[in-house]
Design a protein around this ligand. Sequence first.
Ligand SMILES: NC(=O)c1ccc[n+]([C@@H]2O[C@H](COP(=O)([O-])OP(=O)(O)OC[C@H]3O[C@@H](n4cnc5c(N)ncnc54)[C@H](OP(=O)(O)O)[C@@H]3O)[C@@H](O)[C@H]2O)c1
Length: 300
Amino acid sequence: MSSQPYMNIALAGATGNLGQPLLKALVEAKYNVTVLSRSTPSNLPSGVKVATVDFTSLSSLSSALQGIDAFVSCIPNHGDQPILIDAAVAAGVKHFIPSEFGSNVIGNANCAALPVFAGKKKTEEYLDKVQDKITWTAVITGAFLEFCIEHGLLINPKTGLGEVSKVYDGGDGKRSFTTYADICTAVIGVLRRPEQCKNRAVYVQSTTTSQNELLAIAKELKPERDWAREEVSTEDLLTDSYANLKEGGPNIGKAMVGFIIISIMNQGYGSCWDEENDNGLLGINGLSREELKKVVAGCL
Ligand SMILES: NC(=O)c1ccc[n+]([C@@H]2O[C@H](COP(=O)([O-])OP(=O)(O)OC[C@H]3O[C@@H](n4cnc5c(N)ncnc54)[C@H](OP(=O)(O)O)[C@@H]3O)[C@@H](O)[C@H]2O)c1
């Protein structure tokens, strides 16, 4: 018999940006994984069970969760998770890891007040309410290093190819960033040590770095590009984002991206946990500068 507390894991959102590497890591770590999906995804690793579910139906979700020890949610619609939690409770699931994976909504009031995080806040409040019925752990990762470079949010990989990098508040602010590999290590670390992660947020990071440091690395890697930059104030971005939200329609997406950038780049939003975090508990070593350079190189 396995000495691990949980072996049967359900994963929702397994086909997404985070879900794909996480599914692979769970399978490699020999967990029995059931993917909960709205469809029947193809090309999943062999041995993975698929449950096609209606994410709005308690009975559909709870029947898919029978025999599951821990349920990891990686769905993008954060506010729709209370029904997942209810279904997990109904099925006797012991532990729920919500789709948090990002900014410090749980530990910083400014961050929690940003409209983009209303769904995360709703889920956190719901988990607090039901924590006598199911254990939870929120994994706070800061910005995903690769995702944010590839999407031009930290430095623009197309800079020098006709675009510029937007640099916020001078670009020297140090923030916590995590790679996909370390996010997977963190989730598996929680599954292995549920008691130490019970009903709380765990904070992880691969590195603390700044936009200026990342731009310097990018220049070292691709000196032939001109790496033009545009200075942006996060206070102005906050004003613009609320204006875009008020405008509505297609501007809502722009507003939401603005709020996410503010939560990472403005120092008042608690996005650096270099001094105190759960890396040691969860088995995350952090990146050396050479390793950081390799991650950046993979994104340019
Ligand atoms: N901090 C960062 O820099 C950062 C960056 C990216 C993401 N994140 C966070 O990471 C988590 C996962 O995001 P992601 O980008 O991986 O998500 P995603 O790629 O947008 O979507 C993940 C999967 O969720 C399922 N899904 C989509 N809409 C759904 C719905 N309405 N109901 C149920 N399932 C739905 C889909 O799988 P099926 O079709 O198989 O059902 C989809 O492939 C989120 O919490 C997100 O905020 C953070």
